[in-house]
Design a protein around this ligand. Structure first.
Ligand code: ADP
Ligand code: ASP
Ligand code: MG
Length: 420
């Protein structure tokens, strides 16, 4: 088997869906499991809907209507006069959101979030599977929730590997072309879960691991993995080969072209990962596999925006050592804060964090009862892998004020207050 993954950008409209078929016809679609994300910005729209459900009940049906209409338009573009049956299926999926929200009395934002947001992927795959059938490509639609088994840590669920492996094998057994969803799974209580934003790459890796697949290809709107995000850097270079280890590091530091959890399951079974352009499927793209660390060997630049820098010191002049630091980490864990970088000295402890779940305010209140806290919001974290002098100078000339700087043998990082 091989596994393909098409992200939101590749299925943002009818032309995108048609292009998937073009790619499949070029590459072949036998013995292929195809993982697809929600269409375009659907996940953001569904997130907004959850927000409305909790904050502004009147707005919420309007939000749903807009998402439904957007999908209907794509269906009409694809199926023209024969759009009825697919529209009906899609409508049933959207109605399941209403049914759930009317029945639930849960105040658990993350639980509700997963039940609503997971529908984006169910809808996109329903449309694509139907369209492929209409165009003569036989396929089986697989509900990923039947086989991607997780705990109930909603919005960032952890995988139950053994159960998942068995269920995937069973579900796929003997089928040739399968369409399934990225990003979603289910907990043992039957509720839907999600694997974290941009988690469809990870889903592809999970399926591949379970199947012992020959390869995974993720199809992107870029030629492959570049040495910097082309939206943020000009003159980027295509990386032809990256080792698993290097890809893990790049993704971990924030190279958002691959979800950070994707690589390790593939590395375990030595399944190669290809990152390729869905516009130019014949081009080689990037291979992540056993072999050279990085080819060509060039500095790689990664930027994470919207970070917060906290500088903590003790109120009673004690040093920032184990006792204080363990208290800080307990609170960071309690408020689900993602720590991106730390630096400590005798009397201060600096942390660059990402406020993923909007819990900065309560965290700060808790920290302030024990520590003196300085906060700088809206900073960026720049990372250079395999830096050299010109690369450091390039970043220093490009960015605003550098607040924290840190270097190891192969990685340099800067917390930066961007120029206004
Ligand atoms: P998907 O459609 O699979 O969700 P994404 O939008 O998540 O695709 O990922 C593709 C985008 O990742 C590109 O458009 C690019 O702007 C961005 N990106 C960030 N870092 C890199 C990098 N190092 N190489 C290539 N693309 C990158
Ligand atoms: N649809 C999800 C998201 O936008 C998962 C993914 O696209 O990878 O985050
Ligand atoms: Mg994405």
């Amino acid at each position: 088997m091989k596994v393909f993954k098409f992200g939101g950008a590749s299925v943002k409209d009818a032309a995108g869906v048609k292009n998937i078929l073009r790619v499949l016809r070029k590459t072949g679609f036998e013995d292929t499991l195809i993982v697809v994300s929600a269409m375009g910005k659907t996940t953001n729209a569904l997130e907004q809907m959850v927000h409305s459900f909790f904050e502004n009940k009147e707005q919420f049906p309007k939000d749903l209507e807009k998402v439904r209409e957007d999908h209907y338009h794509i269906i009409e573009d694809l199926f023209e006069f024969e759009s009825g049956a697919t529209k009906q299926k899609v409508n049933t999926l959207f109605e399941s959101i209403m049914t759930f929200l009317k029945a639930t009395n849960s105040n658990d934002y993350s639980l509700v979030y997963d039940q609503v947001v997971s529908v984006g992927e169910l809808v996109s795959t329903t449309i694509i599977s139907d369209y492929m059938k209409r165009e003569g490509i036989k396929n089986t639609w697989l509900d990923a929730r039947e086989c991607i088994k997780t705990d109930a840590y909603f919005r960032d669920a952890n995988l139950y590997w053994t159960d998942t492996e068995e269920s995937v094998k069973q579900a796929v057994n003997g089928k040739s072309t399968i369409i399934s969803q990225g990003f979603i799974g289910s907990a043992s209580n039957g509720l839907s879960t999600t694997l974290g934003r941009e988690g469809s790459d990870y889903s592809a890796a999970i399926f591949a691991y379970a199947l012992g697949a020959d390869s995974v290809t993720i199809w992107k709107d870029v030629p492959g993995v570049l040495n910097g995000d082309p939206r943020k850097f000009s003159d980027t270079v295509l990386l032809h080969q990256i080792s698993y280890r290097e890809a893990i590091e790049l993704a971990f530091y924030g190279a958002s072209v691959i979800h950070p959890k994707t690589i390790q399951p593939l590395q375990r079974k030595e399944i190669p990962l290809y990152v390729k352009s869905f516009d130019n499927p014949e081009n080689k793209g990037t291979a992540v596999s056993r072999g050279k660390t990085l080819h060509p060997k060039v500095p790689c630049y990664i930027v994470k925006n919207d970070q917060t820098l906290l500088k903590l010191s003790s109120k009673d002049f004690s040093f920032m050592v184990e006792d204080n630091i363990s208290q800080i980490f307990a609170l960071l864990h309690q408020y689900r804060m993602r720590v991106e970088m730390i630096q400590n000295s005798a009397i201060s402890f600096s942390i660059c964090i990402y406020n993923k779940y909007c819990k900065l305010e309560p965290l700060l209140q808790a920290l302030k009862t024990k520590f003196k806290v300085d906060v700088v919001d809206g900073v960026s974290l720049y990372t250079i892998r395999h830096f050299d002098k010109p690369a450091i100078n390039f970043i220093k000339n490009k960015v605003g004020e550098i607040l924290v700087e840190q270097r190891t043998t192969d990685t340099a990082q800067f917390v930066v207050r961007e120029l206004a």
